[in-house]
Design a protein around this ligand. Structure first.
Ligand code: ADP
Ligand code: MG
Length: 259
């Protein structure tokens, strides 16, 4: 399939994939759930960034996606807004199990297992925390609850956090593998979206094996999980992982400066 090319705000956009994605011009034209449209306004986002113009319609169509764009191009909202907007339609049905408020005591295990709908993997604690902050903004007035887990943080606190109910799980690869290996604490069987953020950095920081384990976790029945990979560059190992896990007809968007 050919590469399609266009310019948005002096920025080159390349599209690869079988079907062309029509970029949106405005958040208002994106068919967002009203709560999510409101949250973009509350965040002060007036217009979608170039990468967001493509990822919103692509994710709305249910496509797996590889997206390449520089740091600072708004990749976090590029996946959070459409994912949450799509999940909003069935929020009541989908929300993760919550502890019983009548018997809930801080510091005492609720025995509730985390069953996230969205898993977001980030290479560092700082990035995971940034994504968590943005997720909290966009989960405002939804029923969805984000949680972040990362190495270096106190694990008991993270377990307590997970046990309050976790719809979006954000984490670094090492700590996520820790939790995946404790199936009484976490299961990926209800996962709908797996987002790999800064995939190239993950490979550079030697998270390759953890990443492989995470990407093959969850409910691997064909078509149940939408895989979204974000990266500044796509080294060989990232392309291999994409080939193994992304749907054959996935979309590829590359946003780069002109020239
Ligand atoms: P990246 O992951 O591509 O490095 P981020 O998602 O961290 O970029 O976003 C960079 C900054 O841009 C953040 O401060 C974010 O709040 C802001 N931002 C994202 N999307 C928009 C938008 N549509 N309008 C204005 N600011 C935005
Ligand atoms: Mg980012």
């Amino acid at each position: 399939s050919g590469i399609k090319f266009e310019k948005i705000d002096m920025i080159d956009v390349f599209q690869e994939g079988s079907e062309r994605i029509k970029p949106i011009q405005d958040f208002k034209d994106a068919g967002l759930h009203p709560v999510m449209l409101r949250n973009t306004q509350l965040a002060g986002y007036l217009k979608p960034t170039p990468i967001q113009r493509y990822t919103l319609p692509a994710i709305f169509e249910g496509k797996d996606l590889i997206a390449c764009a520089q740091t600072g191009s708004g990749k976090t909202a590029a996946f959070l807004i459409p994912i949450l907007s799509k999940l909003m339609g069935k929020a009541k049905k989908l929300c993760a199990p919550r502890p019983n408020p009548a018997t809930f005591e801080p510091g005492v295990s609720t025995g509730v297992r985390a069953e996230p709908l969205v898993l977001i993997v980030a290479p560092t604690r700082e990035l995971a925390t940034q994504i968590f902050d943005e997720a909290r903004r966009f989960c405002y007035r939804t029923m969805f609850r984000p949680c972040a887990v990362y190495g270096g943080g106190p694990i008991a606190e993270q377990i307590a956090h997970l046990q309050k109910g976790c719809d979006l799980l954000i984490g670094t690869p090492g700590r996520l593998v820790d939790f995946i290996n404790r199936p009484h604490l976490l299961t990926l069987k209800r996962l709908k979206y797996m987002v790999i953020d800064e995939a190239d950095e993950m490979v550079q920081s030697d998270w390759e094996n953890e990443l492989k384990q995470i990407m093959s976790g969850g409910d691997q029945e064909e078509g149940n999980i939408t895989y979204l990979m974000f990266s500044a560059t796509f080294p060989k190992i990232c392309r291999e992982l994409a080939e193994q896990h992304l749907a054959h007809n996935h979309a590829r968007i590359r946003v780069g400066r002109a020239g």
